[in-house]
Design a protein around this ligand. Structure first.
Ligand SMILES: Cc1ncc(COP(=O)(O)O)c(C=O)c1O
Length: 427
């Protein structure tokens, strides 16, 4: 059956046989699952994003959203490539500074003295995306007491951030925030940030930027607008080669449990199509649409504003692979691996998303059959997938979920089993 995936995702799948050669020697001990970190993938994702914008004549400044994967090696890779880091807590700020980042954004709700203590210690390295007037007043006071000037901006929400209203401030508050910041000589208020997750196309980015620019032209003088040094469009764009799909029996991501009938249908391979691929615009088309609005609206409204982004998944998705061993084959359609889904923190593949699972030992790139691959936690809600790419299945086989670096390692937890170690793949 022809894969329903988009071209980029199909090419990504075609890379698995070569990846297999590199991964197979790494999984030596049954009972010891691994995260495998692949630096080359991060560098390639980083280059793809920045090149796409450069091709449109725009310099994009990526600040990697550490929440998607805070593995120290990955942070160092981003910094070595010239990128900044986007942190959302004291924990992430400490990681960002330890990784040597010179350009750090601090973004996220309910910031306190704890986070701002890092900021006033490193005012040249950290820019704060403010979320409330309380934060602004607190930061202004702490920076004054410390005798430093801190660069900051406001996180705004518009109708295009539907569902994200707990964050930031309505766009109409930008003027009052600017005026309040002006009362603090310790604050250099000079940016606007917004964010929404789960985007397959540029629409929300483009519309929000247009709205911010229209508001600014109405409420700020040209001299005031010239003070703006960054427009930060957040993260949230899906990588075009994402292998994750939804299940037709839960395409709205609503139903938690597959019914007994659905499970029977999966086993009998009666679900057709098996999965529904995501709709994701190619990176170059995304860059083209955002660059156009940057050139047409941002440049004319905020002549000195640089374009910032906070990509998480876009840079981390392909950075890690999960390596497991099949310990018990209990039926010809079902088995248990050495890793539990504590390795990824939630029941992602059981209830929500499909991602291809490969038997690297008895390998087949083409043949994918119903096989319920469970984890080893003491809970039934612990499943890696309902289908397996394989030529055969035997106990001791090495199993891989490739390109699963986003929100897996970052969400892993010591539940029953310890979080597995990371090994690095040399290129
Ligand atoms: C403020 C902010 N920036 C960036 C991101 C990264 O999003 P993604 O990993 O989807 O690119 C998030 C994720 O929730 C976020 O909240």
């Amino acid at each position: 059956m022809k894969s329903p995936l988009a071209d980029a995702a199909r090419r990504r799948l075609e890379s698995v046989p070569a990846l297999r050669e590199k991964l197979l020697p790494l999984k030596k001990i049954p009972g010891e699952p691994l995260f495998v970190y692949e630096e080359a993938e991060v560098l390639s994702s980083y280059k793809k994003v920045t090149d796409a914008f450069a091709h449109e004549g725009v310099t994009l400044h990526p600040f990697f959203a550490m929440k998607s994967n805070s593995y120290a090696g990955l942070l160092k890779t981003i910094v070595s490539a010239g990128g900044g880091l986007d942190a959302s807590s004291t924990r992430e700020l400490a990681f960002a500074l330890a990784a040597g980042a010179e350009q750090i954004l601090l973004t996220g709700p309910a910031k306190t003295e704890k986070e701002f203590a890092y900021v006033v210690d490193h005012p040249g390295r950290i820019t704060v995306n403010l979320e409330s007037m309380r934060e602004l007043e607190l930061l202004g006071r702490m920076a004054k007491e410390r005798g430093v000037k801190v660069r900051c901006g406001l996180r705004v929400v518009t109708d295009h951030q539907h569902g994200w209203t707990k964050f930031g401030q309505p766009l109409t508050q930008l003027r009052p925030f600017y005026d309040a910041a002006k009362r603090h000589a310790s604050l250099d208020f000079s940016g606007v940030h917004f964010h929404t997750s789960f985007n397959g196309n540029p629409d929300r980015y483009v519309r929000t930027i247009q709205e911010v620019c229209a508001y600014a032209r109405e409420h700020f003088s040209p001299e005031e607008r010239a003070e703006c040094t960054y427009i930060d469009m957040g993260g949230g764009l899906y990588p075009e080669d994402l292998l994750e799909c939804t299940y037709p029996w839960n395409d709205k991501l609503e139903r938690m449990h597959a019914s007994a009938k659905v499970l029977q249908d999966i086993r009998a391979d009666r679900i057709k199509p098996r999965v529904i691929p995501p709709q994701i615009i190619p990176m170059q088309d995304f860059a083209s649409a955002v660059s156009a609005v940057y050139q047409d609206a941002v440049r004319t409204t905020f002549p000195h504003a640089e374009l910032y982004a906070e990509p998480g998944r876009l840079l981390s998705n392909n950075s890690m692979h999960l390596l497991l061993t099949l310990i018990d084959k209990k039926e010809d359609w079902m088995g248990i691996t050495d890793a539990g889904t504590n390795m990824i923190g939630w029941e992602k593949y059981q209830y929500f998303y499909y991602s291809p699972v490969f038997n690297l030992t008895h390998f087949s790139a083409e043949r994918e059959v119903p096989f319920f691959l469970y984890g080893s936690l003491c809970t039934p809600d612990d499943l890696w997938g309902y289908y397996l790419h394989c030529s055969d299945v035997q106990e001791g086989d090495t199993i891989c979920l490739p390109y699963q670096g986003a929100y897996t390692y970052a969400l892993a937890q010591n539940f029953i089993r310890a979080i597995p170690p990371v090994v690095e793949l040399s290129s």
